[in-house]
Design a protein around this ligand. Structure first.
Ligand code: 7RM
Length: 649
C-alpha cells in the first residue's frame, strides 16, 4: 500500500501576466524570479541580510544574521529597532506624512481617515496611556476590539513601548478570553463597549466582564467607546479610553527593542485541547511581512489596499497592520459583515474608495458566488488591479469566478499559502512574474525552501502527494509556543527530520508548482488509496448547482473509509435525490470512481472557524454517527452544527 497521497484532478488552465503589468512590476519575469530565488536559497542569510538592510530602519545594526540551534532560531542578533517606529515615524519625513494610513468605515457607515502623522500621534498618546497604567516592556496585554482604527492603534502602541500584545478575535466568547489571559499571564485588557455586526451590537465589554469574574491577574481594563451600549464600569479597574487620552501628551519615544524581543502572541486552535500561543519576535517578523507585502501585492505608493481579514487573525496582523504600514501604504479597514445591510456591501466599499488591491478568503468568495452575480455587477470595480486569496485551497471554479466577475479578467490573483506560525506569506505567485494556475499557490517566496516529502523525509517525484515542509529557518517563523518549548519542538520539528512540518499535504506538478491538498490529518484512505480532501471538494464545486463542499471519511468495513460529502447548494437550487446522484456521478467523471462519494448530505451551512476554515474534524464525527466531542470554541456558528446533526437524509 502506498503511503503517498494520490492526485487525480488535473487543472490545465494557465494565465500569464500581461506585458504591461510585468513591465511595471517589482519582479518582471519568471526568469528574474527564478534567478533571485536560486540565489536566495543558495545563501539565505545573505539574501535576508540585504533585505533587512534595505527595508527596515535600524537603531543599531545586527552582528550575526542567524543563530540556528534547531529548532530555535535567532535572526539579526544584536540588532536594535522598534516595530512601531518602522511603521510610523519613518514615514513622517517626506510626503507620506500627509498620506492616508488608515481609512476606516464602520458598519453603520461612519467614516474616519488617519494620515500617517495623525496615526503616529494617536499611537504615541496611547503608548503613554499604557505607561501611565504601569505597562512595561515585556508585559502582556490582551486586545479584544472591533475592527476599528483603535485596534491597530492599541497594537502599535504596545509595540512602541515593548509590551507584547495578544489580540483575541472580537467574535470569541468570554471563555476564550479567560483561557488566553491565563495562558499568557496578561496584566491588562483593551476592549470596547461593543462593536457592530449585522446591525446588532456585540457586547465586548460584557464578555470581558464575564471573563474576569474571580480574576485577580488583570489590573486594568481600558474601554474604547464605540457602540454607546450600556456597560458596567468597575471602579478601580476599568477606565475609558477617551478619558485616559486626555491626560497624556503626543510624544512617546520608541523603546529600543532587540531583534528577538517578542512582538506578539497569537492563539490558534490546536486540533485538540489547549490553545497554542504562537510567539513572534520583532525584526524577523517585520522583515517577512514587509517584504512579502511589497512583492506579493506588487505594492505601489498610490494603491488603496484592503485585506478583509479580522485583526484577530494572523492575516489581520501581518497584512492589515504590520506589512502594509511598514511600506507606507494606505489601508482600508471595515468594521462589519460583507453582506450587511445588503450582499453588495463589499463591492460598494470597493467602488466608493477606489480599492486597487483586494485580499480575501476562498470561503468569502464562495459565499459571494452563492449570493449571486447581481451584487458585484451593480458596482464599478474597475479600480481593482490585483486580487489575493488566503486561508484555504481555492477551488478552480471559485478562482475563475473571482477572476472574471470581480477582476474583469484583467487582475492577476495571488493565491498565498502561509500559516499563523510562518508569520508571512511562504508560497505565492508574484504578479508580474508567475504564470497562474487556478487552484495552485504556485511557487515559494524568496528565501523559503519549501518541499514535499514522504514519511522518510525524501522529496517525492512530481505529482506525488506528501507532507509539505520547509527545510530552512526563515526570519518570520514562530520562535516558540508561549510557555511550552517542548510542544513547539514536538509539533513542528519532530515529524520530519531537520524540517519544519506544516501539517499540510501537498504535491508539486511538473513545473514545480505547489498544490495544497488539505491538512494531512484530513486525508482519506479509501481502499488503500490516500486522497486529499481538496480535489474531491473542487470537483463538487465545479458543478453549477454547488456553492461549497466539504469531504470527510467515515469508517467502512470494506474500504477502510467511505467518502462522505457535505454540500451547500447555490441560493436558487434545491436538494433532490436526482441531484445527489448527479453529483456523485460528476465526481466520478472528474476524478475517477475511487473518489465517488458514498454519501452526499445537503447542508444549509458548513461548520467553520472564525477565519472561514471548514472544520472537517466535526464533520467527520457527524459522518461517523458519533457525538461531536472535540474543542468547538473556535466554531463560528453553533446553529450550523445543530442543524447538521439533525440532517441524516
Ligand atoms: C494565513 C492562515 C493556516 C492553514 C494552512 C493551510 C491553510 C492557508 C492557504 C491554505 C491552501 C492557501 N493562517 N491555508 N492559506 N491552504 N492554499 N493559499 O490561514 O494559521 O489560520 O491557517 O490554512 O492548511 O496550514 S492559519
Amino acid at each position: 500500500m502506498s503511503t503517498n497521497i494520490e492526485s487525480h484532478l488535473v487543472e490545465n488552465r494557465i494565465f500569464k501576466p500581461s506585458k504591461e503589468l510585468s513591465k511595471k512590476a517589482h519582479i518582471t519575469s519568471l526568469a528574474e524570479y527564478m534567478e533571485l530565488y536560486r540565489k536566495s536559497i543558495i545563501n539565505p542569510e545573505k539574501f535576508w541580510a540585504k533585505q533587512a538592510g534595505e527595508l527596515l530602519f535600524w537603531r543599531k545594526k545586527w552582528k550575526t544574521v542567524l543563530e540556528w540551534k534547531e529548532p530555535f532560531a535567532k535572526w539579526f542578533v544584536g540588532g536594535k529597532l522598534n516595530v512601531s517606529e518602522n511603521c510610523l515615524d519613518r514615514h513622517l519625513t517626506g510626503a507620506t506624512r500627509n498620506k492616508a494610513a488608515l481609512i476606516w468605515e464602520g458598519e453603520p457607515g461612519d467614516k474616519v481617515t488617519l494620515t500617517y502623522q495623525q496615526l503616529h500621534r494617536e499611537v504615541c498618546k496611547f503608548a503613554n496611556v499604557l505607561k501611565r497604567n504601569h505597562i512595561k516592556k515585556g508585559d502582556r496585554v490582551i486586545i479584544y476590539m472591533p475592527m476599528c482604527p483603535e485596534a491597530a492603534i492599541a497594537m502599535l502602541a504596545c509595540a512602541r513601548i515593548g509590551a507584547i500584545h495578544s489580540v483575541v478575535f472580537g467574535g470569541f466568547s468570554s471563555e476564550s478570553i479567560k483561557d488566553r489571559i491565563k495562558d499568557c499571564g496578561a496584566r491588562m485588557v483593551i476592549t470596547a463597549d461593543g462593536g457592530y455586526r449585522r446591525g446588532a451590537i456585540v457586547p465586548l465589554k460584557k464578555n470581558v466582564d464575564d471573563a474576569l469574574k474571580d480574576n485577580e491577574q488583570i489590573e486594568r481594563v481600558i474601554v474604547f467607546r464605540r457602540a454607546n451600549n450600556e456597560i458596567h464600569i468597575k471602579e478601580g479597574r476599568d477606565a475609558w479610553w477617551h478619558r485616559e487620552m486626555e491626560y497624556v501628551d503626543g510624544n512617546c519615544p520608541p523603546e529600543l527593542m532587540d531583534s528577538e524581543d517578542p512582538l506578539y502572541i497569537l492563539y490558534t486552535s490546536g486540533s485538540t485541547g489547549k490553545p497554542k500561543g504562537i510567539m513572534h519576535t520583532s525584526a524577523g517578523y517585520l522583515l517577512g511581512t514587509a517584504l512579502t507585502t511589497k512583492y506579493v501585492f506588487d505594492l505601489k505608493s498610490e494603491d488603496i489596499y484592503w485585506c478583509t481579514a479580522d485583526i484577530g487573525w494572523v492575516t489581520g496582523h501581518s497584512y492589515t497592520v504590520y506589512g502594509p504600514l511598514c511600506n507606507g501604504a494606505t489601508v482600508l479597514i471595515y468594521e462589519g459583515a460583507p453582506n450587511w445591510p445588503e450582499p453588495d456591501r463589499l463591492w460598494e466599499l470597493i467602488e466608493e474608495y477606489g480599492v486597487t488591491l483586494l485580499y480575501t478568503a476562498p470561503t468569502a468568495i464562495r459565499a459571494f458566488i452563492r449570493w449571486g452575480d447581481e451584487y458585484p455587477n451593480q458596482h464599478d470595480l474597475s479600480s481593482l488591479r490585483l486580487l489575493g486569496t488566503v486561508g484555504e485551497p481555492i477551488n478552480p471554479e471559485a478562482w475563475m469566478w473571482y477572476h472574471t466577475v470581480i477582476g474583469g479578467g484583467r487582475c492577476p490573483i495571488v493565491d498565498t499559502w502561509w500559516q499563523t506560525e510562518t508569520g508571512a506569506i511562504m508560497i505565492t505567485p508574484l504578479p508580474g512574474a508567475t504564470p497562474l494556475k487556478p487552484g495552485s499557490a504556485t511557487l515559494p517566496f524568496f528565501g523559503i525552501d519549501a518541499a514535499v516529502v514522504d514519511d522518510q523525509g525524501e522529496e517525492v517525484p512530481p505529482n506525488v502527494g506528501g507532507k509539505l515542509v520547509v527545510r530552512k529557518p526563515w526570519p518570520s517563523m514562530l520562535r516558540t509556543i508561549w510557555g511550552d518549548k517542548q510542544r513547539y519542538k514536538k509539533q513542528y520539528w519532530s515529524e520530519v527530520k531537520g524540517c519544519y512540518f506544516t501539517g499540510d499535504g501537498a504535491r508539486r506538478d511538473k513545473d514545480g508548482y505547489f498544490w495544497i491538498v488539505g491538512r494531512i490529518d484530513d486525508v482519506l484512505n479509501v481502499a488503500g488509496h490516500r486522497l486529499g480532501t481538496s480535489e474531491i471538494e473542487s470537483a463538487l464545486v465545479s458543478h453549477p448547482c454547488v456553492a461549497e463542499a466539504a469531504v470527510v471519511g467515515r469508517p467502512d468495513e470494506i474500504k477502510g473509509q467511505a467518502v462522505v460529502a457535505f454540500v451547500t447548494l447555490k441560493e436558487k437550487e434545491h436538494p433532490t435525490p436526482e441531484l445527489r446522484e448527479k453529483l456523485r456521478q460528476h465526481v466520478a467523471t472528474a476524478i475517477g470512481a475511487i473518489a465517488k462519494p458514498d454519501d452526499i448530505r445537503f447542508a444549509e451551512g458548513l461548520p467553520k472557524t472564525r477565519s472561514g476554515k471548514i472544520m472537517r474534524r466535526l464533520l467527520k464525527e457527524i459522518a461517523g454517527g458519533g457525538q461531536v466531542t472535540g474543542d468547538t470554541t473556535t466554531l463560528e456558528d453553533f446553529n450550523v452544527l445543530a442543524k447538521l446533526k439533525g440532517v441524516h437524509d
